[in-house]
Design a protein around this ligand. Structure first.
Ligand SMILES: NC(=O)c1ccc[n+]([C@@H]2O[C@H](COP(=O)([O-])OP(=O)(O)OC[C@H]3O[C@@H](n4cnc5c(N)ncnc54)[C@H](OP(=O)(O)O)[C@@H]3O)[C@@H](O)[C@H]2O)c1
Length: 277
């Protein structure tokens, strides 16, 4: 497989107004991609300002789509509006996501269900909508922002980890089905990144895992991610310690140990995980 060039190609990124999606959009812009950027409607001003800055700085075309992907027709509306305004999309970056922290049964059902839908059903639907066009054209790529949480169970963020594991399995299965079509699916599996996600209601500020993993910046992640995207890596975990922990140690260790250590490290030093949101 050759290296992808994004110059002059249309790239759609969901959740592009802040955090990882925003940092990824800058890296794509630096490579000359034209960008369709999504966010929640209440962040449309921030998104428009960011799109204008990218457009001026990198001399690229940008479009903004402030659509709530959790509304019943959100993904279908995004597909329709992007197709009408932008035309063909070469790369779809399924990045929008949310987390809920707390014991499964103590966390509000609505919040759990939003996590499930935004992190799993929405990217599944968007892949279902965009893939036929890509396959027809014989080119295209989907980048799903998964997580290291996909690679072992995540107590106190059980639904989050399950959605990322599901997205991982779905991505790898579809990638196998796509062989020979010119289209592929890749996952980005970040460790902890300092964004608003980690300030979600109830999320411990003193998570024990930070002591061994630290937190990286979205810019650190995005630079590494784009290098991996260009090579169409199937699953990309950035950083040596994250690779060691999530790709080696969790696979070599007995299941009971992985479960016990996950339970220990995914709580705050001063909180127990008993905080439903
Ligand atoms: N931060 C981490 O440690 C980490 C680690 C591994 C994986 N990830 C994954 O990385 C992705 C990005 O997360 P982040 O850390 O950058 O978090 P973030 O700063 O909170 O960004 C999340 C993005 O998703 C968008 N979004 C949320 N709800 C939405 C909805 N209903 N409709 C449309 N867009 C919506 C937000 O849009 P608005 O700006 O408009 O609110 C925002 O742009 C997520 O899939 C997350 O699971 C994060």
């Amino acid at each position: 497989m050759g290296k992808i060039s994004f110059a002059g190609r249309n790239v759609l990124i969901t959740g592009a107004s802040f955090g990882i999606g925003k940092a990824l959009s800058k890296e794509f812009a630096q490579r000359g991609a034209h960008l369709a950027l999504g966010s929640l409607p209440q962040e449309s001003q921030a998104l428009d300002a960011w799109a204008a800055e990218l457009s001026d700085t990198y001399n690229i075309r940008t479009w903004t789509f402030p659509i709530d992907l959790l509304s019943s027709d959100g993904p279908d509306r995004l597909y329709a509006e992007v197709s009408r305004a932008v035309g063909d999309i070469f790369a779809l970056v399924n990045n929008a996501g949310v987390v809920a922290y707390g014991r499964f049964w103590e966390t509000s059902w609505d919040r759990q269900y939003d996590v499930y839908r935004l992190n799993f059903s929405v990217p599944m639907r968007l892949m279902y909508l965009f893939l036929p066009d890509m396959v027809r054209r014989g080119e295209g790529v989907i980048f799903n922002t998964s997580s290291v949480s996909a690679l072992q169970p995540t107590p106190f963020q059980s639904v989050y980890g399950a959605t990322k594991a599901g997205l991982q399995s779905l991505s790898q299965a579809i990638r196998a089905e796509l062989k020979g079509t010119g289209v592929t699916v890749c996952t980005l599996n970040p460790p902890y990144i300092e964004t608003r996600l980690l300030s979600s209601q109830g999320y411990p500020r003193d998570l024990r895992f930070y002591t061994i993993s630290g937190k990286k910046s979205p810019e650190w992640l995005a630079e590494k991610a784009l290098a991996a995207f260009e090579k169409k890596k199937m699953l990309y975990v950035p950083g040596c310690s994250a690779k060691l922990i999530h790709l080696v140690l969790t696979r070599m260790s007995p299941r009971f140990l992985v479960d016990a250590l996950s339970r220990f490290f995914l709580q705050g030093w001063h909180s127990s995980g008993r905080r439903g949101t």
